[in-house]
Design a protein around this ligand. Structure first.
Ligand SMILES: [Zn+2]
Ligand SMILES: [Zn+2]
Length: 372
C-alpha cells in the first residue's frame, strides 16, 4: 500500500484528546499543533466562579512573530464525547478571534463541573474525558482576506466617557475575524473585533489592560449602515461589567444572509460599515467575586498531559503517523487508510463526509513537544 502524500500547511485540524485524572485537574495543556505555520494548543483549567466550579477551555497561540503588526484570526470548537453511544456529545464554540503578540489565548468555553461529573451524561469514565477539538486558522496569505478602516467620529479626549467609532470591513465575504486599531476611553485602551460566527455577524469589545480588576461598566449601540435607509439597523447592548478577560460580546448583530442580501443595501463595494457608540462608566477599585474568578491555584498540577487518540482504534496516535482527511478529522494512518478504502466516508459518524482514498494526507509537522 502506498503511503499517503504529506501536507505541511493546513488551515483546519480536528483531533481527539483524552484528558486523564480529571478529578485532580488544575491546569493541563495539549500537544502543540502547527497550523498555518503557527503553533497552537488547547489549555484546560479548573476555575471557580461564585463558588461554582467550571472546566474552562482556551485556544492558545504561540506566535513567533513578536511585531505589533502581527495578527492572526482563528476559531475553535470543542466537543465533549460521551462514552455511552446513546448520550449526546456536548459542543462548545469559541467565536473567531484575532490573536496577536499580547492576546495569545482565547476562551473560554466553560463546562459546569457538576454537569461534567453527572453520571447520567456519561462524560467521565475511569476519571478521563474525551474531547474532540477542532481548530480553524485563517490563511494569512489570502490576498482577498478582509481588512478594515477605523475612525473615531467623536471621541473628544483620552479620558472620555463616550466615544463613537466607524469601522468599515472590506472584503466582508471572506471575513473570519478582524480587529480595529486601539482607542482610549476612560484612560483604558480598547479594541473592537468583528467576526463571522454560526451564520451571524458578531462584534466584541475588549479592554487591553494589564489588571484583572474590574475596568468599566460598558453599554454600546451598533448601527449597521445601509444604502437604503429603511434597512439601517441599530442594536443596543445594556451596561455590562467588562474586565480584561471578559469583553462585551454581541454574537448576533445580524444574520449573514440578511447582511449579504443585495437589496438590504448593507454591502457597498464588498464592504460593510458599522457605527459603534460606546459608553464606559469607570468603576475604580471595586473588587467583586467576579474579579477573582479566573484565578487558579498556583500548585503545580500532577496531571498527565492529555494524549491524542485515534477515534478508530482508540489508541494513542504516534505523532509521526497522523493522517487527516478533507473534513479535518485526524486518525492514525493505517486506520484511516483502511477505513476509507472500505467505506469512502469519514469514520466519525456525526461527520460522515465523503472521502476518496487519495484524499488521505499525512499530517507532516505539527507537533511540538511541550515539556516546559
Ligand atoms: Zn487508529
Ligand atoms: Zn470528518
Amino acid at each position: 500500500m502506498a503511503a499517503p502524500d504529506s501536507v505541511s500547511i493546513v488551515s483546519q485540524v480536528s483531533f481527539r484528546l483524552k484528558v486523564q485524572n480529571v478529578s485532580q485537574l488544575k491546569e493541563v495543556t495539549s500537544p502543540k499543533f502547527v497550523i498555518q505555520d503557527i503553533p497552537w494548543y488547547v489549555r484546560l483549567t479548573k476555575t471557580v466562579e461564585e463558588a461554582e466550579e467550571f472546566l474552562a477551555i482556551y485556544l492558545c497561540c504561540e506566535n513567533k512573530d513578536k511585531s505589533p503588526e502581527w495578527t492572526q484570526p482563528a476559531a475553535a470548537s470543542f466537543k465533549l464525547l460521551p462514552f455511552n453511544g446513546n448520550s449526546t456529545a456536548k459542543e462548545y464554540h469559541l467565536e473567531p478571534n484575532v490573536f496577536d503578540r499580547i492576546m495569545t489565548s482565547s476562551g473560554c468555553s466553560s463546562i459546569c463541573w457538576a454537569d461534567l461529573f453527572d453520571a447520567a451524561n456519561h462524560y467521565v469514565k475511569n476519571d478521563a474525558i474525551d474531547l474532540e477539538v477542532s481548530i480553524t486558522v485563517a490563511d494569512p496569505n489570502d490576498e482577498y482576506k478582509s481588512d478594515s478602516i477605523f475612525d473615531a467620529i467623536d471621541n473628544c479626549c483620552d479620558s472620555g466617557r463616550v466615544g463613537t467609532f466607524r469601522l468599515t470591513v472590506n472584503n466582508i465575504e471572506n471575513l473570519m475575524a478582524i480587529r480595529s486599531s486601539q482607542f482610549m476611553l476612560r484612560d483604558v485602551p480598547w479594541y473592537l473585533t468583528v467576526f463571522k460566527h454560526s451564520s451571524h455577524l458578531g462584534l466584541r469589545l475588549d479592554a487591553r489592560d494589564s489588571s484583572d480588576e474590574i475596568i468599566c461598566n460598558v453599554s454600546a449601540s451598533v448601527k449597521i449602515s445601509s444604502l437604503n435607509e429603511q434597512f439601517q439597523r441599530v442594536q443596543k447592548i445594556e451596561a455590562k461589567q467588562v474586565q480584561r478577560k471578559d469583553g462585551l460580546v454581541m454574537e448576533r448583530l445580524i444574520t449573514w444572509d440578511d447582511l449579504m442580501r443585495p437589496q438590504n443595501g448593507h454591502i457597498d463595494n464588498g464592504s460593510v460599515t458599522l457605527e459603534i457608540e460606546i459608553n464606559a462608566e469607570r468603576r475604580l477599585g471595586v473588587a467583586t467575586p467576579c474579579a477573582r474568578k479566573r484565578q487558579i491555584s498556583n500548585e503545580s498540577a500532577q496531571i498527565k498531559m492529555p494524549r491524542m487518540e485515534c477515534p478508530i482504534c482508540n489508541d494513542a496516535i504516534e505523532i509521526h503517523n497522523i493522517s487527516f482527511i478533507p473534513c479535518g478529522h485526524t486518525f492514525c494512518t493505517p486506520c484511516i487508510t483502511n477505513s476509507v478504502r472500505d467505506r469512502k466516508a469519514c469514520p466519525i459518524v456525526a461527520c460522515s463526509a465523503k472521502v476518496q482514498p487519495r484524499q488521505v494526507k499525512l499530517l507532516r509537522l505539527p507537533i511540538v513537544s511541550n515539556s516546559e
